[in-house]
Design a protein around this ligand. Structure first.
Ligand code: GDP
Ligand code: MN
Length: 376
């Protein structure tokens, strides 16, 4: 789960990490008062779940009151297209006291799955061009795999600051580490972490991704979820315990088991099409859950066809057929539905579909499915 910059900065504050003072603004009529509270120079920042907002025009530095109001009016309510997240509506802006930047560094803590360690990653070349640094000067990016006690000093010395500033950066890193561990965070990133002209170390940006599988033990974090930022289909799927991810293709697919789902997406791709989604209904789904899943699938406007590929093990093919039949009867779907069923109660499943009076293309295996999809 992702949260907004302003929420991440609240957490930073709770852990004693320096952040600039700021106010959140959600309504155009509040803009002037908010800016008065901060008093320019200030920075107007779009609050959307995306990085690279600066390059997309979502971060503007205002020297005076007038330009601050102008920027805020323009950014709040606008649609922002970033390289990372596509187009998103800006429903909130953060109005933040500008800091006088001497140096921008990159600092993040995340998981390194290969070494099974938490990794600290730092670079003296932080800021908006960190991707270029990673590409062109990878030697300027330093990684510390944290095995036992966390001692960031040696790696921080590479950044080339004096002892006082190096110590401040180390303190910041330790606080982020504590936050990461206590809140089950997968990625905590500060880019840029700024060294100000006065020699302070301040987090100018803040990005946090939480481990969804640990959210059950962090109600405070769960309450930070902004449903407007989530994909509506995925939100709906979460309610029913379905593993659903929206994709860009035109073939909707419903499968049981993640491995089979991936194999099915491969077959669709080999047939010259792309999957409109990933949907794993899981092993033990009953007809009710199948019906919900199918309705969700079909609500996608991009569909050219639906491909249902089920291996009936614990999930019985007759339950599946019943669920699909019920869903189609109430939905009146127009696109072709291709079904491949194998396994437990397959015959009964096919019988239910054949007797339903509805039209399906039942295929015997993946090769035949591929042929049908090719001809769409
Ligand atoms: P991002 O583009 O989504 O990563 O947004 P950031 O919050 O990182 O802001 C982008 C850039 O704006 C930063 O790298 C800074 O160079 C600049 N910036 C942000 N806040 C300030 C500030 O208070 N003062 C100054 N001078 N620059 C800032
Ligand atoms: Mn940033």
């Amino acid at each position: 789960m992702k949260i907004h910059e302003y929420q991440a900065k609240d957490l930073f504050k709770q852990y004693g990490i320096n952040v600039p003072s700021s106010v959140l603004c959600e309504r155009k009529e509040d803009i002037e008062e908010c800016i008065n509270n901060i008093s320019p120079p200030c920075v107007i920042k779009a609050q959307i779940h995306s990085g690279a907002r600066g390059k997309a025009g979502g971060v503007k530095i205002a020297k005076d009151y007038k330009s601050a109001v102008e920027y805020a009016q323009t950014i709040l309510g606008s649609e922002l297209t970033s390289s990372q997240a596509g187009t998103k509506k800006v429903n909130k802006i953060l109005i933040e006291k500008a800091v006088e930047i001497d140096k921008e560094i990159y600092l993040s803590l995340t998981f390194d799955r290969t070494s099974e360690c938490i990794a600290l990653i730092v670079s003296p070349q932080g800021g908006m061009d960190i991707e270029e640094t990673a590409r062109n000067n990878p030697e300027k990016i330093y990684t510390l795999l944290i095995k036992d006690d966390f001692n960031p000093e040696p790696v921080m010395r590479n950044l080339g600051f004096n002892t006082e500033i190096t110590n401040k950066i180390c303190e910041t890193a330790k606080k982020i580490y504590k936050l990461l561990v206590e809140k089950d965070i997968l990625l905590a990133e500060i880019n840029p972490l700024v060294i100000t002209k006065n020699g302070d170390v301040t987090a100018v940006d803040a990005k946090i991704n939480f481990d969804d599988n640990a959210l059950f033990r962090h109600e405070d974090i769960l309450s930070l979820k902004d449903e407007k930022e989530e994909n509506p289909y995925e939100l709906e799927a979460q309610k029913y315990g379905l593993n659903y991810i929206k994709l860009n293709g035109t073939i909707g697919c419903m499968v049981n088991g993640a491995g089979l789902a991936m194999a099915t997406m491969d077959v669709i791709k080999l047939s010259g099409k792309s999957a409109a989604n990933f949907l794993d209904v899981g092993g033990g789904a009953g007809s009710d859950k199948i019906e919900k899943a199918f309705k969700l699938l079909i609500s996608d406007k991009d569909l050219e066809a639906v491909f249902i590929n089920i291996f009936g093990g614990i999930l019985r093919c007759d339950f599946l057929a019943e669920g699909i039949k019920n869903a189609i009867q109430t939905l009146k779907i127009k696109c072709p539905v291709i079904i491949r069923m194998e396994g437990t109660n397959k015959e009964q499943g096919i019988e239910i579909l054949n007797n339903s009076g509805l039209r399906f293309t039942i295929v015997k295996d993946l090769n035949e499915a591929s042929e049908v999809i090719k001809k769409l």
